[in-house]
Design a binder for this molecule. Structure first.
Ligand SMILES: Cc1cn([C@H]2C[C@H](O)[C@@H](COP(=O)(O)OP(=O)(O)O[C@H]3O[C@H](CO)[C@@H](O)[C@H](O)[C@H]3O)O2)c(=O)[nH]c1=O
Ligand SMILES: C[C@@H](CO)CCNc1ncnc2nc[nH]c12
Length: 454
């Protein structure tokens, strides 16, 4: 059934990463169901599949990246990719948006632009065309709130961290620990500062900030976000509770996962995935393989082609190891993650704690083993292990013994039972938030009204 249209069109512009495309297209669905028409502007790189979203209009712009930069090989380094694309896409984006506004009809006014907080030029472009802009942040609000102070934290002299201080919490940024800091900043150091500064400035000039989060997860951080950025905040909940992310998948999902899970016992399988950008070394890959194999627990493991440095896919595994892995587990290139996490056979998630994966796990009540790769993942994993206590942190030890121990502890032992109980409580709270009358559900209403009045 076609919902009632409200005569307004919203223009969306996702950052071309799987972890950002999914939320933006889910937001498109949410707004469409509230009567808004949707146009999605996107780069050629990581272009979403228009055919999976027949209700929306898609417009591709050039991003200046060459085929060789974006095809095959290891996934490009996210930070440098974002820096480059932020330069290359500006003028094609401006032309595209100007054209759209010229063409727009009286009967369907363009009401606003909503784009990712990671775009640096969109606020200026929107302002020059007199179009209000809203920002979508796909990080936990606690992490985004730290943007203004990250440069300061970097120069505080916490790095390098001595063993005795490793577990101290960072006073300016709890519950982050000092040992997390080097991986938050990666190799970029001060080169990040202008980027962070621009994101903060452009967000403060925007007409509002949308979080995929909710009061049940971070009420205080949402209040603080409002104080820092001084714009209206809309925490509309984990987006996938309203619309599945699977239609915006850039890769083909291996559907054999589901019948395979069907043959496994309830809560017996550990799902292993490090998301769409984290890469690991061959040594780390083999340690994970042996750890899983030695745990004797069934597992479903996503090994994204190109994610093991120096390898095309799983060829570093010896024949013997492949045979022992196949006894208990299944390796795929890309999984229907939301469906997998919702399956009765899944009992745990070994994750890099990207914000999407973390939320999807919470919503399905699946306890986690945390193996963050960097950036916001360092913070998300601290919340999972230290604050919500719904997971076990590997503390970066990609070691077969540690992995085997963590899997056993989570899936079998007493400690795991307590974690599962807390997970269930949090799941129920978040579930209430997205239902009729819940705080997230109400925020969608407020957001829709806000856009109507822009
Ligand atoms: C590997 C794999 C992933 N997925 C889906 C699940 C998630 O919705 C999405 C991945 O998003 P995330 O879990 O946030 O992870 P990732 O791709 O690393 O996301 C980036 O963007 C996130 C949001 O900004 C950040 O929190 C991460 O740190 C950043 O690296 O892709 C699948 O559906 N199937 C898969 O096999
Ligand atoms: C440091 C790496 C670790 O694998 C993640 C960086 N990820 C990201 N970095 C910057 N902006 C982003 N927007 C979404 N994800 C983002």
């Amino acid at each position: 059934m076609e919902e009632k249209r409200n005569g307004l069109r919203v223009i969306l512009f996702p950052l071309p990463l799987q972890g950002c495309i999914n939320p933006m297209l889910q937001l498109a669905n949410i707004l469409h169901s509230r009567g808004f028409s949707i146009t999605v502007i996107h780069t050629r790189f990581n272009a979403p599949k228009a055919s999976s979203h027949p209700l929306f209009t898609f417009l591709q712009i050039s991003d200046g990246l060459s085929e060789t930069q974006t095809k095959d090989g290891p996934s490009p380094n996210v930070m440098s990719l974002l820096a480059q694309i932020n330069v290359n896409a500006e003028s094609p984006f401006r032309d595209c948006l100007r054209e759209l506004l010229l063409e727009s009809k009286e009967s369907e006014r363009v009401s606003c632009l909503i784009d990712d907080c990671g775009w640096l030029f969109t606020q200026t472009v929107a302002e020059s065309l007199n179009l209000p802009r809203l920002v979508l942040c796909t990080f936990k609000a606690t992490f985004f709130n730290a943007y203004p102070s990250l440069p300061l934290i970097r120069t505080k002299g916490y790095l390098p961290v001595s063993d005795s201080e490793a577990e101290d919490s960072v006073p300016e940024f709890p519950p982050l620990q000092k040992r997390d800091l080097s991986k938050v900043f990666g190799e970029f150091g001060e080169k990040l500062d202008p980027f962070l500064h621009a994101v903060v400035e452009t967000t403060m000039s925007s007409s509002g900030l949308i979080f995929m989060s909710c009061e049940e997860l971070e009420k205080d951080s949402l209040t603080i976000a409002n104080e820092i950025f001084k714009v209206p905040i809309f925490a509309i909940g984990p987006f996938h509770s309203y619309f599945s992310a699977s239609s915006s998948s850039l890769f083909t999902q291996d559907e054999t996962c589901i019948p395979w899970l069907g043959n496994q016992k309830d809560k017996s399988v550990i799902y292993v995935s490090l998301g769409s950008v984290v890469n690991i070394t061959e040594t780390e890959f083999l340690e994970i393989a042996c750890g899983l194999s030695n745990s004797k627990q069934p597992f479903l493991w996503v090994v994204r082609p190109g994610s093991v440095l120096g390898a095309k896919w799983t060829e570093p595994l010896s024949e013997g190891l492949v045979r022992s892995l196949e006894e208990k587990g299944k390796i795929v290139k890309w999984a229907p993650q939301q469906e997998v996490l919702a399956h009765r056979a899944i009992g745990g998630f070994l994750t890099h704690n990207g914000w999407n994966s973390t939320l999807e796990s919470i919503c399905e009540g699946v306890p986690m083993i945390c193996l963050p790769g960097g950036w916001d993942q360092m913070l998300n994993s601290r919340f999972v292990s230290d604050i919500w206590k719904i997971g076990i942190h590997l503390e970066g030890r990609i070691d077969k013994k540690e992995i085997e121990k963590a899997v056993r502890m989570l899936m079998e032992e007493n400690e795991g039972e307590k974690i599962r109980e807390r997970m269930k409580v949090l799941k129920d709270e978040v579930e209430k938030s997205v239902k009729h009358g819940g705080s997230s559900f109400q925020s969608i209403e407020t957001l829709a009204n806000h856009i109507l009045l822009l």
